[in-house]
Design a protein around this ligand. Structure first.
Ligand SMILES: [Zn+2]
Ligand SMILES: [Zn+2]
Length: 350
């Protein structure tokens, strides 16, 4: 079969791969659309070599149509439109038995550790399959995973209606969190900080009350001013790899300064850099820092929000590219084009 294959660092192109064979509890899915995510970019840049063996087929945000089902699979049939949750856990390590299958010690993801959605066909465990309502267009199916992440972040932060929330970083993840926050969690105040004007404009369209351009303003000072020096109930860090502007600290250090006493900080970005934090401030506030990784059963919630038209995938999917142009699509995402949020690959066009 044809697939978008990563042969080496920054070397992705269309190639031939062996057709996947399904086991008795697996489903053969023909992906229709697959998103390019920040993690895909890290893999492309060669930062995941411990987990990703070349040649690799990436793509963990995808959905499509069922081609064939294994003999033990119930309730799924050929022709079904489906979204795929890429997480495969062991269900027996300490994290799994305590219910955190998303933090499994040997967590594997389709499209990272196993072949993913940038291909004509993928073998998917039946547990990972979610039916997609007819009113969700296929080109939005990669956003199911993104909105699942958004839900998970907000659950981790125990965000309640009427609370104030600051989101640091309005890239693909930050804006997905914001969309779920504004239209599924009833906050009283949302503040979004980023360095790209287009992303901040999108944040305002999604319902952000305030946006802070960190090139021009210090987000800590601005958040404290907006909240009359109280700080926000929850800060969500979605930056990952950060750039420091004059007089500013790393996002996590900023979060410690702008959180109210006894507030919650959720870290969801995947940065390699260290983040020095003023621990005395953290202790005196008795604030919490909570990590959020992938999703934990949030796919049905994300699908329901999308099916009801409450969230705005049309604002976040800024580009559809045929899979045959995968090389150019990755080069563009790698350049961090300022007008690009989510690029999805049309996998049928290969
Ligand atoms: Zn992702
Ligand atoms: Zn496990």
């Amino acid at each position: 079969m044809k697939a978008g294959i990563l042969y080496n660092d920054r070397e992705i192109r269309i190639g031939e791969a062996r057709d996947p064979q399904i086991g008795p509890d697996e489903v053969l899915v023909a992906p229709h659309y697959a998103g390019i995510c920040g993690t895909d970019l890290h893999i492309y840049r060669g930062e995941f070599q411990a987990r990703v063996k070349y040649p690799a087929i990436q793509g963990h945000e995808f959905g499509g149509v069922v081609e064939e089902v294994g003999r033990d699979v119930k309730g799924i049939k050929a022709g079904d439109r489906v979204a795929v949750d890429p997480i495969i856990s062991c269900h027996s390590c300490p994290a799994c038995v305590s219910g955190h299958i998303n933090a499994c010690r040997t967590l594997r993801l389709l499209g990272v550790d196993l072949a993913g959605g940038f291909a004509r066909y993928v073998a998917v465990p039946s547990k990972c399959i979610y039916p997609l309502p007819e009113n969700i267009p296929m080109e939005h199916v990669p956003m199911v995973e993104m909105y699942g992440l958004g839900h998970h972040v907000l659950r981790r932060g125990e965000v309640q209606p009427g609370e104030s929330v600051a989101i640091l970083g309005s890239g693909r993840l930050g804006l997905s969190v914001l969309d779920v926050l504004c239209h599924g969690a009833s906050p009283a105040l949302t503040i979004v900080a980023d360095l790209q004007p287009f992303r901040l404009e999108t944040a305002r369209k999604l319902g952000a009350d305030y946006t802070v351009n960190i090139v021009q303003e210090d987000p800590v000072a601005r958040v404290m001013e907006i909240t009359q020096e109280v700080g926000v109930d929850c800060v969500i860090e979605c930056v990952g790899h950060y750039h420091l502007f004059e007089g500013q600290e790393a996002p996590l250090a900023q979060a410690v300064k702008m959180i109210r006493s006894a507030g919650r900080i959720v870290t969801a970005g995947l940065g390699e850099q260290l983040s020095p934090v003023h621990f005395k401030t953290l202790v005196l506030k008795e604030a919490q820092i909570i990590a959020s990784r992938v999703t934990l059963g949030e796919f049905p919630r994300a699908i329901r929000l999308m099916s009801k038209g409450l969230v705005h995938p049309e604002l976040l999917v800024t580009e559809q590219v045929p899979l045959r142009d995968v090389t150019a699509a990755f080069a563009k995402v790698d350049r961090d084009d300022p007008d690009t949020i989510k690029v999805v690959l049309d996998v049928q066009q290969v």
